[in-house]
Design a protein around this ligand. Structure first.
Ligand code: GLN
Length: 203
């Protein structure tokens, strides 16, 4: 069972994840610079935020290659929203950047992420005005529904054969699992329900 969890803490909604993990009895270490990777940890959280900025910071701070290789060799990961975009093999869509000229939009969209999860996502695919909303849907293998808080969320438009859907909303997977990677389009850290964090800690 994962016990000490590293939370990427360079940008975005990391504090809320840390609170949830501590609530469930896990130790938390923050990843802010390459030296932080020397700490012992057996799980990783990639929080929501701005995926372009996060991908850039991961590279500039010298954490990109090591995290990629640790995920590829089985480090359990919980990735939410921008974190899902960072893990996705393919990232598409102009979403709310449609107002920019194509070159500017392309630049802003260019998320060169870790690419360890066999899914295609479309950024900001729920639109600008309707980008944030709340819903409920069942989590695979559980009776109760889980709350889904979407904030300018990416849409999972394609999944590979080795990827399992954990939660489906409106005909689209919004939480998926591939081996020890769990990735969700919504923000479980913002709701009191801890099912997703519990599932992650049990990997
Ligand atoms: N829209 C953000 C992005 O594309 C993700 C939003 C979020 O993490 N809540 O990176």
């Amino acid at each position: 069972m994962a016990r000490t969890i590293a939370v990427l803490a360079v940008q975005g909604a990391f504090a809320e994840h840390e609170a949830r993990l501590r609530q469930l009895g896990a130790n938390v270490v923050e990843l802010r610079q390459a030296a932080d990777l020397e700490q012992e940890f057996d799980g990783l959280v990639l929080p929501g935020g701005e995926s372009t900025t996060q991908a850039k910071l991961l590279r500039e701070l010298g954490m990109f290659d090591e995290l990629k290789s640790r995920i590829e060799t089985g480090l359990p990961v919980l990735a939410t929203c921008a974190g899902l975009i960072l893990l996705a093999k393919s990232v598409q869509g102009t979403g709310d950047l449609a107002h920019l000229d194509p070159t500017a939009a392309e630049k802003r969209l260019a998320v060169k992420g870790l690419g360890t999860l066999d899914v295609t996502v479309e950024r900001n695919a729920y639109g600008r005005q309707l980008g944030s909303f709340h819903a409920h849907a069942p989590l695979a293998g559980r009776e109760d529904e889980v709350p889904l808080t979407f904030i300018r969320a990416p849409k999972i438009t394609q999944i590979g054969s080795g990827v399992e859907t954990l939660v489906e909303y409106d005909g689209t997977p919004v939480a998926v699992r591939q081996g020890k990677q769990i990735a969700v389009a919504f923000h479980p850290e913002l709701d009191p329900d801890t099912s997703l964090h519990e599932l992650f800690l049990s990997l």
